[in-house]
Design a protein around this ligand. Structure first.
Ligand SMILES: C[S@@+](CC[C@H](N)C(=O)[O-])C[C@H]1O[C@@H](n2cnc3c(N)ncnc32)[C@H](O)[C@@H]1O
Length: 190
């Protein structure tokens, strides 16, 4: 792992995730966790009374995440390997926050994902999205025709309300880049 990413996981990522609203004791789902550039610092922020569900459809990155967590003696990360179906297997209203960072562009049925995230989040829960690869930032696949404002509209149409945007030098793949995440809160079904 390069030095800047190691520093991100151990220091800067912790500050950033605290800034976006992750707190000690929380249960957090990291949807599309890969090798844990976000799951690892979240595990430190939530501490041993909290937990992280690191979910991915690929086994290899989760194996690497497991190895890193063990090396850092982090015992509060549960790995969830799925078949890509967008079902998390978590209980209704069971998590305080969900991250979907640099993954929306890879999801064909985003409506289904928003529904599942809404189901597992507790009342007023945080849904934080990093819409990398949107129309204004290395456009790719499912987000190539949407700008961040379109992403906000889309998510607001699925029973969330937009709360805040947080920008900074954040992890993307195995490097850091300037990026902004969008925070939403769960609205109750009317
Ligand atoms: C580009 S990586 C982003 C990793 C991490 N969120 C980050 O920002 O460092 C996207 C990850 O999402 C996972 N992924 C893509 N589609 C998925 C799906 N339908 N269900 C679960 N994981 C998925 C991929 O396997 C990959 O590990």
């Amino acid at each position: 792992m390069n030095k800047e990413i190691k520093n991100w996981e151990e220091k800067e990522g912790i500050k950033f995730l605290s800034k976006i609203g992750i707190k000690k004791g929380q249960k957090v789902l990291d949807f599309g966790a890969r090798i844990g550039h976000y799951s690892i610092p979240i595990a430190t922020v939530v501490g041993n009374k909290g937990s992280v569900y690191a979910l991915d459809k690929n086994k290899e990155p989760l194996d690497e995440l497991k190895r890193k967590a063990k090396a850092q003696r982090l015992k509060n990360i549960a790995l969830i390997k799925t078949n890509g179906s967008l079902e998390t297997g978590l209980e209704n209203n069971s998590v305080d926050a969900t991250l979907a960072y640099d993954v929306l562009h890879l999801i064909d049925n985003r409506k289904k994902l928003y529904k599942e995230i809404h189901r597992v989040l507790q009342k007023n829960g945080l849904f934080s999205v990093y819409p990398k690869h949107n129309k204004l930032d290395q456009p790719e696949q499912g987000l190539k025709n949407l700008d961040p404002k379109d992403v906000i509209k889309e998510i607001e149409a699925h029973n969330f309300y937009f709360e805040a945007k947080h920008c900074g030098l954040i992890s993307h793949d195995d490097f850091l880049n300037e990026g902004c995440v969008l925070n939403f809160r769960k609205k109750e079904n009317i």
